[in-house]
Design a protein around this ligand. Structure first.
Ligand SMILES: C[S@@+](CC[C@H](N)C(=O)[O-])C[C@H]1O[C@@H](n2cnc3c(N)ncnc32)[C@H](O)[C@@H]1O
Length: 206
């Protein structure tokens, strides 16, 4: 797996992602009241900045300083820096004692031990009544599409097993075509050939 310095080098060389919010987040957040959010493995911050632009107070965590610097620039450009906070940390050891209405984690295609730990910490940070969203490239995407290697993709069963949520959650996990968000992309509709594993878990109120 790429180390933090390898990720940093990749980010230093060029912008890696589109700068646009992930469409699955747009759909999920559209059903929620705005509040506090944590973006786990936030990269260049497009999701966090979009959430902030919708009124959320957001923390983004990533171990790449280069990515976080780009995220902070994007937040400043979008005039939402006052609603964003960026934390440089390694998710294989990081924990937080804060709680959030929404915790989101997109495309953390790391080895099972790392992603599982990151997901469990993410779940622990969801408040009662709050939402956890985890999204990854499906293992059944066509191999011609660029994306993470097959050994770091995860299936519905793997995400459920590695996350290990208790009965205090309502969990839905599906593999589906990636929808574009009509308000974000020019061409609404499924992105050709793209398929994601999407887990949405709501922590039941006490
Ligand atoms: C594929 S990118 C996804 C970025 C963002 N979520 C998005 O959808 O654009 C994965 C991110 O996870 C970060 N990452 C990978 N392993 C990590 C770790 N152990 N601790 C912190 N961040 C990590 C990388 O630096 C990278 O920014």
């Amino acid at each position: 797996m790429p180390s933090s310095s390898q990720w940093n080098e990749r980010y230093a060389a060029k912008a890696l992602w589109s700068g646009k919010v992930n469409p699955t987040l747009v759909i999920a957040a559209g059903e929620l009241e705005t509040g506090s959010a944590l973006d786990v493995g936030c990269g260049e911050g497009a999701d966090a900045v979009w959430l902030a632009s919708q009124g959320w107070r957001v923390r983004g965590v990533d171990f790449s300083q280069e990515a976080l610097a780009r995220a902070a620039d994007a937040a400043t450009r979008e005039n939402v820096a006052n609603r964003c906070e960026w934390i440089q940390a390694d998710l294989s050891v990081w924990t937080t004692n804060r709680s959030y209405d929404l915790v989101t984690c997109h495309f953390l295609h790391e080895e099972a031990a790392v992603r599982g730990r990151a997901w469990r910490s993410a779940a622990a940070a969801v408040i009662s009544g709050g939402t956890l969203l985890i999204v990854g490239h499906s293992p059944d995407e066509h191999e011609s599409l660029p994306g993470p290697p097959s050994d770091v993709r995860f299936s519905e069963d793997q995400i459920i097993a590695e996350l290990g949520l208790s009965s205090g959650w309502h969990v839905e996990v599906k593999t589906k075509a990636r929808e574009t968000g009509a308000d974000v992309y020019d061409q609404p509709g499924p992105q050709r050939g793209r398929r994601d594993v999407v887990l949405t878990a709501k922590r039941l109120s006490n």
